[in-house]
Ligand binder design. Structure first.
Ligand SMILES: NC(=O)c1ccc[n+]([C@@H]2O[C@H](COP(=O)([O-])OP(=O)(O)OC[C@H]3O[C@@H](n4cnc5c(N)ncnc54)[C@H](OP(=O)(O)O)[C@@H]3O)[C@@H](O)[C@H]2O)c1
Length: 365
């Protein structure tokens, strides 16, 4: 029997990407496609790739609470209200927003508001220890009460037992996949992340600076040095890397593509660390991973090659002149950076094979 799932925020870019992915998923039955202002509108009016007569549903808590799992793909404010109600009604939730990615104090620092549900916020300090070895104990599924930060490759045991998964942000996903394996090899406080994202990263809302005549042909930095993803990167790099790595300099840029995110990360190497050590750290982390690929040295990843996939491609070089490692990490911001990873986490939470419905190779050229 297929699991019944729903999406809240299906009229946004992340939600609509989930609609597309779930249409090809053999084990999940998408029964609620809920939107806010777009409720009642045909899906195909906004997303012409989705054919048929289906219309956006209203957000009906009772109906959502009866499902096996709900994806929340709204801004964080509505997610902070909705997720606890669904979890308390017994429904599993994957939240694509930033509502449950940080501990309460860090949430207050980076989002400028008190966390309304500190009891459900994650505990980064214990995240790594909670991984342990092997599968979750029988009966453990759905037993973890706090939100679990769902960078899947570093959290699969806890994700499988979670009721609420905080799906990582797009920039943190690309950055953490590049840097977590290198945590013991780099100098704390030396990390610089220079990242670029296509315009779909900002969502479907209309904004002057995202208007075609402004964004096309342009590249600009924004948000530095206090972009909200900085706190998420710092928190989870230290927590999942198992080493206190200190503050990170993070500057995102808007580039005139629709999909695609590239994070180029720089760090000073600790004394005696060699290219071979870095290659081994990546091999240990990713040799058996389905979605994270380390390219041969000097062959840097292309964002376009990940488009429409759940993949992440990484490549590194070391620079003996500066003593630094440079790692370039590419994802589709709507794929591994949002809907793809959300589905990867949902598969684990529902006891399905982790890659189910995520086999698509990127569209290229
Ligand atoms: N875009 C990305 O690359 C990306 C990557 C990772 C994470 N995220 C996160 O995922 C979430 C969704 O992002 P997005 O880019 O898909 O946003 P989006 O395109 O702006 O869509 C937002 C969605 O939320 C709904 N919504 C807005 N206000 C609401 C409210 N008060 N109550 C209920 N629903 C409401 C909208 O419904 P209507 O359109 O019907 O009004 C729409 O479906 C955000 O939290 C974002 O930070 C996005």
């Amino acid at each position: 029997v297929a699991h019944q799932v729903g999406i809240v925020g299906a009229s946004g870019y992340g939600g609509a990407e989930l609609v597309r992915l779930l249409g090809a998923h053999p084990g999940l039955d998408l029964t609620v496609i809920a939107a806010h202002t777009q409720a009642g509108e045909p899906v195909r009016r906004l997303f012409p790739n989705i054919v048929g007569d289906v219309v956006f549903d209203p957000i009906d808590l009772d109906r959502l609470a009866g499902l096996d799992l709900v994806f929340i793909a709204t801004p964080h404010a509505p997610a902070l209200e909705l997720a606890p109600q669904l979890v308390e009604a017994g429904t599993r939730v994957v939240d694509l927003s930033a509502g449950f990615r940080l501990a309460p104090a860090a949430f207050a620092t980076w989002y400028g508001e008190e966390h309304p549900r500190p009891d459900l916020a994650p505990e980064p300090a214990s995240a790594r220890a909670a991984q342990g070895d092997g599968a979750p104990a029988p009966g453990a599924r759905g037993s973890v009460s706090r939100a679990v930060y769902g960078l899947t490759e570093f959290a699969r045991q806890t994700v499988a037992g979670a009721r609420l998964v905080a799906n990582p942000g797009c920039y943190p996903t690309a950055t953490l996949l590049a840097l977590v394996p290198l945590a013991p090899l780099v100098v704390p406080g030396s990390i610089v992340v220079d990242a670029k994202s296509g315009t779909s990263g900002a969502g479907r809302g209309l904004r002057e600076d995202l208007h075609h005549p402004h964004a096309h042909g342009d590249v600009t930095a924004y948000g530095a040095p206090t972009h909200r993803h900085t706190g998420e990167i710092e928190t989870w790099l230290s927590a999942l890397g198992g080493e206190p790595l200190g503050a990170v300099s993070f500057t995102p840029h808007l580039v005139p593509t629709v999909r695609g995110l590239l994070a180029t990360c720089y760090a000073d190497l600790r004394g005696g660390v060699t290219e071979h050590d870095i290659a081994s750290a990546y091999a240990d982390a990713y040799a058996s991973e389905a979605f994270v690929h380390v390219r041969e040295m000097g062959s840097f990843p292309h964002t376009k090659a990940l488009s429409g996939s759940n993949g992440c491609q990484l490549a590194f070089v070391t620079d003996p002149r500066t003593g630094r490692v440079v790692v370039s990490s590419a994802i589709d911001n709507l794929g591994k950076g949002a809907a793809g990873q959300a589905l990867q986490n949902a598969n684990l939470m529902l006891g399905l094979e982790e890659p189910t419905g995520l086999s698509a190779v990127g569209v290229y050229p």
